[in-house]
Design a protein around this ligand. Structure first.
Ligand SMILES: Nc1ncnc2c1ncn2[C@@H]1O[C@H](COP(=O)(O)OP(=O)(O)O)[C@@H](O)[C@H]1O
Ligand SMILES: [Mg+2]
Length: 352
């Protein structure tokens, strides 16, 4: 599969009164045509900044210090705002946690979907109307003809997110970025929206970057997972590799803190807090929270060690001289539970 997006050694800082926040510290990844990549990590790890930089939607105090963001070979870091406007919302579309921020409360839904089609795709009124209807049906909103004439407040939270997805898909984007699209929704609706995204991906083959702080929702939507910690990718691999054979102690912690079907509350919390990005630590930023940390972890940043052709992790535990360490029993038990749940999902054809 060819890459639609290649991010290379991205470094982003923010100027603040307290100093320079080193928000993104050397992030590299690629996105293949038609795949879903999930980016997972605690709040503040840099997920939103990474994706907002792809859209060139960073705040004014942000600096891209280094790096390239190649979209079909074109470096978006070097692209002018005028040219970005031809990409943003058309070739790369984004949806956010709160659908209300993307909808205009004073305009009918039909108009909000049709207007960009008339503007960007130069469709006439009737064609734009027909396409809007088609899109509403695609995202699973029945009575589309009637709903087109309604306003956002007449839709529930989940329905609004469906509308936002319809708008995002209107111009057939190459990449859809979804930044915690289900976080504000209740659990049942969350599952429906995730299911919709999965269906859409199969139907229209858009590449998707799916951001979440909840590892639990990843397995059913993503092909690959990137785990982010303190402005870096610390583990990247296929869903199976990251869930069944995790290598980074932070990924172990995330897996262990995942609520299961049996326990709606997680039993485990990763001890400690993420580092201050005004002054990130010298070695492995996770070391102070890592019960398996070695001396080298406080001295030198670990490189990305190769686990397989598709699986990499940045932990000194993968160095050939490191002692062999098994994930703690608690985490293994969690993995076992997860494995059973995951197998059950797959046998049902991947439905939640
Ligand atoms: N406008 C800003 N000014 C200063 N710091 C910021 C700004 N936006 C984000 N940051 C910092 O960048 C880091 C990453 O933030 P973000 O990408 O929003 O995290 P996530 O989406 O993973 O929760 C955090 O430490 C955050 O405080
Ligand atoms: Mg965020």
């Amino acid at each position: 599969m060819s890459n639609i997006l290649e991010v290379k050694d991205l470094n982003i800082t923010f100027d603040t009164y307290a100093g320079k926040v080193q928000a993104i510290r050397g992030v590299s990844f690629d996105l293949k045509k038609g795949e879903t990549l999930a980016i997972v990590g605690e709040s503040g790890s840099g997920k939103s900044v990474t994706t907002r930089s792809i859209m060139q939607l960073l705040s004014l105090n942000a600096n891209i210090e280094e790096g390239q963001i190649l979209f079909n070979g074109q470096d978006l870091v070097q692209t002018s705002e005028k040219d970005m406007q031809k990409i943003r919302g058309k070739k790369i579309a984004m949806i956010f946690q709160d659908p209300m921020t993307s909808l205009n409360p004073t305009m009918t839904i039909g108009k909000q979907i049709a207007e960009p089609l008339r503007l960007h795709q130069k469709l006439n009124k009737d064609k734009a109307h027909d396409r809007a209807l088609e899109l509403l049906e695609l995202v699973g909103l029945p009575d589309a003809e009637k709903r087109m004439k309604q306003y956002p407040h007449q839709f529930s939270g989940g329905q609004r997110q469906r509308v936002v997805i319809a708008i995002a898909l209107a111009c057939n984007p190459d990449i859809l970025i979804a930044d915690e699209p289900t976080t504000a929704l209740d659990v049942t609706i969350q599952a429906q929206i995730l299911e919709l995204m999965k269906e859409l991906q199969e139907k229209i083959n858009t590449s998707i970057i799916f951001i979440t702080h909840d590892l639990g929702v990843v397995a059913n939507v993503a092909d690959r997972v990137a785990v982010m910690y303190a402005g870096k990718f610390v583990e990247v691999g296929s869903v199976d590799e990251v869930f069944y054979n995790p290598q980074h102690p932070y990924t172990w912690g995330l897996l262990a803190s995942m609520p299961t079907l049996e326990t709606s509350n997680s039993l485990y919390a990763i001890p400690g807090t993420p580092p201050d990005l005004l002054d990130p630590p010298k070695g492995d930023a996770f070391a102070p929270r890592n019960e398996f940390a070695m001396k080298i972890d406080t001295e030198l940043e670990p490189p990305m060690f190769k686990v397989s052709e598709t699986h990499y992790a940045a932990t000194w535990l993968l160095h050939e001289d490191a002692p062999a360490i098994d994930p703690p029993a608690e985490i293994k038990a969690r993995q076992k539970l997860y494995k059973e749940k995951y197998a059950a999902l797959h046998s049902k054809g991947g439905n939640l």
